[in-house]
Design a binder for this molecule. Structure first.
Ligand code: NDP
Length: 239
């Protein structure tokens, strides 16, 4: 039997890219979304549509999902993974950086949910996986706005899970600890950035994007009547 469409946001690097590569090897047709389309196209994955979509922009997001569904059938899984982390001290950080995190990590995630949810509810089948963070469970220095967005992801996911449970739609939160990706590179405060790098080195390194992709696969490939509500995973040495 052919496998259903999987939509992955933020597929141009890190966790999203590793998830795209894993699900492609498993035989799923994919819709990959991010702003850097060339990075997604370079992966050369079969049965894959890549679209340059900013998840804060609802119309292009909806158009891309519609196009992929016309080609591959209804989306059965969306991995709302696109995210930005701009660490900063609240008094010193530019408020534009808070805007960017709130827009992508919270509103972008809601946009991803909205674009597939009514179809899933109608079909009484589907899975929404939201990528949060351990920073959505506990706070860390210089993470105020980022933690705010990730606490929001947990709250949105759990509330939505209850809302659609009787429609047999699953909502799953994956909360990684530190993962080796490009995420930290966008932080503009160089002292905070180097402090974070030292913290990672102090624990002897962090986990890989492929570890998170495997957790996503594990959660998704359970029978539809079993919902893994949340997975929290991190390097053993992470506090
Ligand atoms: P990366 O920076 O490697 O990847 C982030 C992805 O998000 C990129 O593909 C980027 O693509 C995309 N993205 C950013 N802004 C937008 C936007 N406006 N529209 C569409 N796509 C966007 O980081 P990670 O892989 O680490 O991050 C993935 C998720 O995992 C994030 O939600 C992050 O918060 C979470 N996470 C990461 C951890 C870590 O330590 N790395 C720990 C815990 C959670 P492009 O720039 O091409 O648009």
């Amino acid at each position: 039997m052919s496998k259903p469409l999987v939509v992955i946001t933020g597929a141009s690097s890190g966790i999203g890219q590793a998830t795209a590569q894993l699900f492609s090897r498993l035989g799923y047709p994919l819709l990959l979304l991010a702003r850097r389309i060339e990075r997604m196209e370079k992966l050369g994955l079969p049965n894959t549509l890549c679209r340059a979509v900013d998840v804060t922009q609802r119309d292009p997001l909806r158009a891309a999902v519609k196009e992929a569904e016309a080609k591959f059938g209804p989306a059965d899984l969306i991995v709302n993974n696109a995210g930005v982390m701009l660490l900063g001290n609240v008094a010193r950080q530019s408020p534009e950086e808070w805007d960017a995190m709130l827009d992508v990590n919270v509103k972008g995630l809601l946009n991803g949910i909205h674009v597939v949810l009514s179809g899933m509810v109608e079909r009484r089948h589907g899975t929404i996986i939201n990528i949060s963070s351990i920073a959505g469970r506990k706070t860390f220095p210089n993470h105020a706005a980022y933690c705010g967005t990730k606490f929001a992801v947990h709250a949105i996911s759990e509330n939505l899970r209850e809302e659609v449970a009787m429609s047999d739609v699953r909502v799953i939160t994956i909360a990684p600890g530190a993962v080796e990706t490009e995420l930290l590179s966008h932080t503009t405060d160089t002292d905070i950035k180097s402090g974070y790098e030292s913290w990672k080195e102090g624990m002897g390194g962090v986990i890989a994007a492929t570890d998170i992709a495997e957790a996503i696969r594990f959660a998704y490939e359970q029978p539809q009547n079993l919902c893994i509500r949340e997975i929290v995973l991190a390097a053993t040495r992470q506090q």
